[in-house]
Design a binder for this molecule. Structure first.
Ligand SMILES: C[S@@+](CC[C@H](N)C(=O)[O-])C[C@H]1O[C@@H](n2cnc3c(N)ncnc32)[C@H](O)[C@@H]1O
Length: 212
């Protein structure tokens, strides 16, 4: 049953981005706040060599920020939308082997082939309902011990009209992410900030994959 729900959800997301990919970079800087800030919060030094997976990398904006801030990091990005990844490829091909892009859905139960130092979700998990928790479980399995889970995303809103509007745009704003992050990862940095005119709040979270 869950598998079926996930499959139709992925089809819905893929369809949504066929057109949105064309206007994504032109429009999203106006409201996807905190994407540069989350990269600044990643607790590595400029010249460190480490691996990062971004789940739902879209047009590659945050991967680009990562390449600029960490010149020795090895980056991988998953996205299920072919159209979004085409834009990312144009942006990132100049980095060659340093950045790998995969046109695949990140799914619960996926075989773990490699473990990462950092897994990043940037404005991806709020689109996944139901079952976003299962992607966090998967990320936990794919993180090294003491690896870092980094997330920036919508948090909540006090305004019902905005909640309804965002739900129509496939985004859930019910403060649903934070408790599930805190269950799985030990918080190292946590900020809840106001979006435009305080209409919504967004979340920045850095947590460690540590069982202690
Ligand atoms: C709002 S965009 C964010 C893109 C980028 N991370 C950013 O911050 O600009 C969400 C992206 O997540 C992708 N996505 C959603 N669920 C996914 C999944 N399960 N596996 C891979 N990509 C997914 C969508 O196709 C879309 O490109």
């Amino acid at each position: 049953m869950n598998q079926l729900k996930t499959t139709s959800q992925f089809d819905r997301i893929k369809d949504w981005y066929v057109f949105q990919s064309r206007i994504y970079d032109l429009t999203r800087w106006t409201f996807l706040f905190g994407r540069k800030k989350i990269i600044k919060l990643v607790p590595f030094q400029k010249n460190d060599s480490f691996s990062v997976l971004e789940v739902g990398c879209g047009t590659g904006t945050t991967l680009k920020y990562l390449t600029d801030r960490f010149p020795n990091a090895r980056l991988s990005g998953y996205d299920l939308s072919e159209e979004m990844l085409e834009v990312a490829e144009n942006k990132l091909s100049k980095y060659g082997e340093r950045v790998k892009l995969l046109n695949e859905a990140y799914t619960p139960g996926k075989m773990v082939k490699e473990k990462y130092d950092v897994i990043l979700f940037s404005y991806c998990l709020s689109m996944i309902n139901p079952d976003f928790e299962k992607l966090l479980d998967q990320a936990k399995m794919e993180l090294k011990e003491n690896g870092i889970l980094a997330l920036v995303d919508f948090h909540n809103t006090d305004y019902q009209f905005y909640k309804d509007f965002m739900e129509e745009n496939h985004i859930t704003l019910e403060a649903q992410l934070l408790p599930e992050l805190e269950k799985r990862f030990k918080p190292e940095s946590l900020f809840i900030k106001k979006g435009l005119l305080g209409i919504w709040k967004y979340l920045l979270f850095i947590g460690k994959n540590s069982d202690s």
